[in-house]
Design a protein around this ligand. Structure first.
Ligand SMILES: [Zn+2]
Length: 275
């Protein structure tokens, strides 16, 4: 290692700390500073310590007290413990952006039903049950998700994690979806009837996930539901996918899916180990 001949002069260091250097000059000073203790010592005189302190306080604040998504902030006010809040905050489908896009999609579907005076229910019946289903799928399948890390490091069972997240997704997505459903013209029961397929598709999703993993399971459920709504568009009444006869089939499917989950969970220690 040879001694460096060049050092940044005070004027250059002052321009660097005030941010007035162009990108290339700034990058070379930075590169030099990373290797030269002498210039690092000299730059201290040019540093705005109060500003630095403020910046670090901001960084510490962000790391130590993360800002929770709106629904979780509300749940904390209602008494949700911080440990569960942190657990839920890592859930992709509880983030505000996910929820806003889901409800914008549902709002458009509702609008389609209103504009056609209840004749075209298909978009609403297609989107409404899929929101909680995709929300649940996203709640434990995002690749960047820290679920695995949490399972390894926190005193939470995998089943408890998945059930907590599933319930949180339902609690945040169902009320707004039901309210939007009330705006749909036609029989009032439609506003609640789509809950039948929604609540069926979730155990079906979980049961399928235990065989093929969450992504293929979510895709299969989505295609299946598109098929059911698609059939109804061909000459059947607009409410066909949620009429009583079909609800009986959904109930049967839900029972079957729960039975599959229970049997498969019985072979392992818990449902969570399947997913
Ligand atoms: Zn130097």
């Amino acid at each position: 290692m040879t001694a460096m001949k060049w050092h940044a002069d005070p004027e250059l260091l002052s321009s660097y700390t005030s941010g007035t250097l162009d990108a290339i000059a700034g990058a070379s000073v930075e590169q030099h500073l990373s290797h030269c203790a002498e210039c690092r010592a000299a730059i201290a005189a040019h540093t705005d310590l109060a500003g630095l302190e403020l910046a670090w306080a901001g960084v510490r604040d962000t790391i130590e007290t993360p800002r929770f998504p709106a629904p979780i902030r509300l749940a904390r006010r209602l008494g949700l413990p911080d440990s569960s809040a942190v657990l839920l905050a890592a859930t992709a489908s509880l983030r505000t952006a996910w929820m806003v896009s889901a409800f914008v999609a549902l709002a458009f579907a509702t609008l389609a039903a209103i504009l056609t005076d209840g004749e075209n229910l298909a978009p609403f019946l297609l989107v409404a049950p899929m929101i909680p289903v995709l929300g649940v799928a996203a709640a434990f399948s995002a690749p960047q998700d820290s679920l695995e890390t949490l399972v390894v490091t926190a005193p939470y069972g995998r089943t408890r994690l998945i059930l907590t997240r599933t319930l949180a997704v339902l609690a945040t997505s169902l009320p707004v979806a039901v309210l939007l459903g009330l705006l749909v013209p036609g029989p009032t029961w439609v506003a609640a009837a789509w809950l039948g397929p929604a609540l069926t598709l979730i155990p079906v999703l979980l049961a399928l996930s235990s065989f093929v993993g969450p992504y293929p399971a979510a895709a299969t459920v989505a295609v299946g539901w598109c098929g059911v709504v698609g059939v109804s568009v061909r000459g059947l009444p607009a409410t066909w996918p949620v009429q009583a006869e079909q609800q009986v089939i959904y109930l049967g499917l839900a029972v079957l899916a729960c039975a599959v989950l229970t049997v498969r969970a019985g072979r392992r220690s818990e449902i969570g180990a399947l997913l």
